[in-house]
Design a protein around this ligand. Structure first.
Ligand code: HEC
Length: 159
C-alpha cells in the first residue's frame, strides 16, 4: 500500500507535521515585540528627527542673501533623506502596533498615512526629485497635524 511512498515523502510529511503541529489547532505565534518608549518619547526621539530631515531638505528658505534651495546637492545628501524617509514610513507601521495604537480606527488610518507619505518621500529622494520631495513633505506635515488635531486636545506649537 505504501509502495511509492519513499523516504523523501516521509521526511516531507514529518516536516509538514512539524510546521502544522499535525492536527492540533495551531496556536498563533506570539511575536515578542514591545514598545520601547511612550508615544511622546517616540515622537520626539524617533519620528520627529526623521521627519525633520525630510523637511530640512525640501523647498526654499529666504535668507539674508536671498532664496536658498534646500534640496540635497550630493548623493550622500539624497541618501540621508532616503534613510530618514524609510524611518518615517516604518514609524507608521510601528504606531499601528498594539501598545502604540490608541484605537483600531482613525489612529490606524493616520498611521497608514505616515507610511504612505514616507514612501513618497523615499521615492522622491531616490529619483532626486526636489519637487516631489517637497510635495511628500507637505503630505507628511498634514498627516502629523491631522493626527495631532484628533488626539491631542491642546494643539501644540511647533509641530
Ligand atoms: C497616529 C497619530 C500621530 C501621528 C501620525 C503623529 N503623531 Fe505626533 N503625537 C501623537 C500623540 C498622541 C502625541 C501626544 C503624546 C503625549 O504627549 O502623550 C504626539 C506628540 C508629538 C510630539 C510632542 C509634542 C509635545 O510638545 O509634547 C511631537 C514633537 C510630535 N508628536 C511630532 C510628530 C511629527 C513630526 C509627526 C509627523 C511626521 C507626528 N508627530 C505624527 C500622535 C501622532
Amino acid at each position: 500500500m505504501l509502495q511509492g511512498f519513499g523516504r523523501r515523502q516521509f521526511i516531507g510529511l514529518m516536516v509538514l507535521c512539524g510546521l502544522t503541529a499535525c492536527g492540533q489547532s495551531p496556536e498563533p505565534q506570539a511575536i515578542p515585540f514591545k514598545p520601547t518608549a511612550s508615544i511622546h518619547d517616540f515622537m520626539v526621539w524617533g519620528l520627529e528627527p526623521a521627519a525633520d530631515v525630510i523637511w530640512g531638505n525640501a523647498g526654499y528658505i529666504i535668507t539674508h542673501d536671498g532664496e536658498q534651495d534646500l534640496q540635497p546637492t550630493t548623493q550622500e545628501g539624497w541618501d540621508h533623506v532616503r534613510n530618514a524617509a524609510t524611518t518615517v514610513a516604518e514609524a507608521g507601521n510601528l504606531l499601528m502596533m498594539p501598545g502604540y495604537a490608541a484605537d483600531p480606527g482613525d489612529w490606524v488610518e493616520y498611521s497608514a498615512g505616515l507610511v504612505m507619505a514616507g514612501i513618497r518621500a523615499r521615492d522622491a529622494a531616490q529619483a532626486k526629485d526636489a519637487d516631489a520631495l517637497f510635495q511628500a513633505g507637505a503630505n507628511l506635515y498634514s498627516v502629523c497635524l491631522a493626527c495631532h488635531n484628533r488626539y491631542i486636545i491642546q494643539v501644540q506649537q511647533g509641530i
